[in-house]
Structures are given as C-alpha cells and as structure tokens.
Design a binder for this molecule. Structure first.
Ligand code: ADP
Ligand code: MG
Length: 355
C-alpha cells in the first residue's frame, strides 16, 4: 500500500473560471482509510480524479508511494477506482467483469480467472461468477465493482460515493464490509462521501472540504469533539450555535458564561470576550423541578416534541434562541407548551469561533 501526498495542489476548470481545488495539501499514510467529506460541489470528486490521473493539477505536486506522479497519465498509475454507478459491463458475466481489468493489462487468462474468483470470494460472492450483473441486487453489483478494483492490487483504492445508489440498511452493511476488507488487506483507501455518518463510521481520518479548501482534518473523534469552526460543528453531527462570554482563562481552559450558566471549555483564543459555542443536542439536559434554580439552569418551553423510539427530540425556546435537544427519558416525555429548565452536560460543548 502506498501513501498519497497533495502538495499545494490547485485545480481550475474552464481556463481558470472555476477553482475546484484551491491550494490543498494533505498526506494519507499507507494502510489508512481517509474520507473526503463535504457538501456537493466542494471538490471531492476532482481530488479523487486527480489521484487517479483522470484530471491533472493546474498547480502543485501529487505523490503516490513517494513517487511524483503529477504528470503521469492514469494508465501509468497504480490506483483503481470504484464509482457510484458501479459501471459494470452489462453483457459480460460477473467473473468476466472482475477479470477484465487484469486481462487488459496482460495477465494470462487462467490467472486472471483465478484472481477474479478470489476477488469474488473476498466480497462474499463466491459462486456468482457465471451470472450477469442484471441478475444481482444493487448491493451485490456494488460488491462486484469493489472486487474488480481489488483484484488489480492497487497501491491506492479510490471510492467515489460508492454507496449512493443503495438503500439505507444496505448502505450500513456494505460500508462495514468495505471497511473490514480495507483493514484486512491493509489497503490505502480514499473514500468520498457527503454523508457525515458514513464518514464517521468507516474512516481512520476525515478530511472535511468546503468550497475548494480543507475546512479541517482529523480523526472522527477529533472532528466531533473539537470542531474548529461552526461549519464543522454543524456538518459533523448536529449542533446548536449559541453566544457565550469568556469570563476567565486558566491555561487553555476557559470559564464561559452561556445565558448566565458557567461552563469550563477548552479555549482557542487569548482574551476574555464574546465567543460562539457549539452545543450538541444531547449536551442539553432537561433539569427536574426540585434541583432547578436560576443559577444552575435556564428557562425554556417546548415548541415541538417528537418520539423517536429510543429518545425524544425537542425544539425548545430559550433566551439562547431555539434549541434542538435530544433527551433519553422517553418514559416522561414533555409536551408542547411545557415550561422546562435546562442545564449543560459536562461534554458535548466546544468553542468554535472567537470574535
Ligand atoms: P464534489 O465531488 O465535491 O461534488 P466536484 O469535484 O465534482 O465536487 O466539483 C467541484 C467544482 O468544480 C464544482 O463547482 C463543479 O461544478 C466544478 N467542476 C467539476 N468538474 C468540472 C468540469 N469538468 N468542468 C468544469 N467545472 C467542473
Ligand atoms: Mg462528487
């Protein structure tokens, strides 16, 4: 497995009219699964296609396995790609589809056949070789596409929204299979998705992109627990963005007043003053009447309530604005119009912007 390095890469289309990637740098280590995550149009596919050599960088350098491939055509790069649309040949059998990439690179027929059978075994489709793609389900077709990419034993496996055409249950199943295979084979993989839950579930690290640049990169936990901006806090999981005031600093910890309540949070700025705080929906607690006081809780009233099986989902009006709250106490649900008292949990809050 090889590393992938982007060194100040810029890509423009239409003689510079569109900047799809703006001076982006990152390193993907051998054996890592890194996800490119971001809203539609942020440059994910362009980045992947540049790794594959299907697009060329306008400026900057791209290295695969330590080798400068910036000018190298796709056919000379040791990568293979899995597309959203599977892109299987409909008139070829499953086995022929998987073997195809091998035979065009000159692998002998019987050897290609053996490798293709091994590939189908890896993705749990042993025995499906003689069928046509149309005789398989969507999930099975996508597994064939994965097998076809794997048998080429690429230095880097690229996957562009590979699960978009599958329904929700199947998406969860196939993403787990892809992750297990990648770890078992020790592959370097670059995985593109716009689905944050999928990114959290499969990745060693996530590179979050927004408008042609990297917004933040880190492990799923780092991004969720230490979002560097309101954009990240809102994009990875849900967040209420509320105003707070830093009233004291001790090292990198800050005492912050939020609507009259005090919390201690990791702080990124220097001086006391206004900050924006991201508050996860499950970091807001509904405080029971007896223990509630003005010092330890905020007033609110329920605007919307929804029962979601294992938790309640509320929208609550408060002096901090309308708050989105998730509460696990399904046996004592609150009703629309109920007066409630709110407190903050010890985790699930982060300073995301300093004025
Ligand atoms: P994503 O995969 O994140 O949705 P893309 O990489 O496909 O984003 O696109 C990034 C930007 O580049 C978008 O503004 C898109 O319209 C533009 N773009 C992509 N491909 C081309 C192309 N071949 N010609 C012109 N503009 C393009
Ligand atoms: Mg795309």
């Amino acid at each position: 497995a090889g590393s992938v390095v982007f060194d100040n890469v810029t890509k423009t289309y239409g003689k510079g009219a569109v900047t799809a990637i703006d001076n982006v740098s990152f390193t993907i280590q051998p054996g890592e699964l890194v996800t490119l995550l971001g809203p539609s149009g942020c440059g994910k596919t362009t980045t992947l296609r540049m790794i594959a050599g299907l697009e060329h960088a306008t400026r900057g350098k791209i290295l695969i396995g330590g080798k400068d491939v910036t000018q190298l055509p796709a056919t000379d790069r040791d990568v293979s790609m899995v597309f959203q649309s599977y892109a299987l040949f409909p008139h070829m059998t499953v086995l022929e589809n998987v073997a195809y990439g091998l035979t065009v690179t000159g692998v002998a027929k019987h050897e290609a056949r053996e490798k293709a059978e091994e590939g189908l075994r890896l993705v749990g489709l042993e025995g499906y070789g003689p069928r046509l793609p149309s005789e398989l389900s969507g999930g099975q077709q996508q597994r064939v596409a994965v097998a076809r990419a794997l048998v080429l034993e690429p230095e880097v496996l690229l996957l562009d929204e590979p699960l978009s055409n599958l329904d929700a249950k199947l998406r969860r199943q196939v993403r787990t299979e892809i992750r297990e295979l990648q770890q078992k084979l020790g592959l370097t993989a670059v995985y593109v998705t716009h689905d944050q839950e999928e990114a959290l579930a499969v990745s060693d690290r996530i590179i979050v992109m927004n408008r042609a640049v990297i917004a933040q990169q880190g492990t799923p936990r780092e991004l969720y627990e230490k979002p560097a901006s309101a954009f990240i806090a809102d994009f990875i999981g849900d967040a209420n963005l509320v105003d707070g005031t830093v009233i004291g600093i001790d090292g990198d910890m800050a005492r912050i007043d939020i609507g009259g309540l005090n919390v201690n949070l990791q702080h990124r700025g220097q001086s006391p003053g206004p900050v924006q705080v991201a508050v996860r929906p499950d970091a807001i607690r509904l405080v029971q009447g007896e223990t509630a006081s003005d010092q330890s809780s905020l007033k609110g009233h329920i605007l919307h309530a929804a029962y979601l099986g294992n938790h309640m989902q509320y929208s609550i009006a408060s002096e901090l604005g309308e708050l989105f709250v998730i509460d696990g106490h399904i046996d004592a649900p609150r009703a629309i119009g109920d007066e409630v008292r709110l407190g903050f949990a010890d985790r699930g809050l982060a300073v995301v912007a300093i004025d």
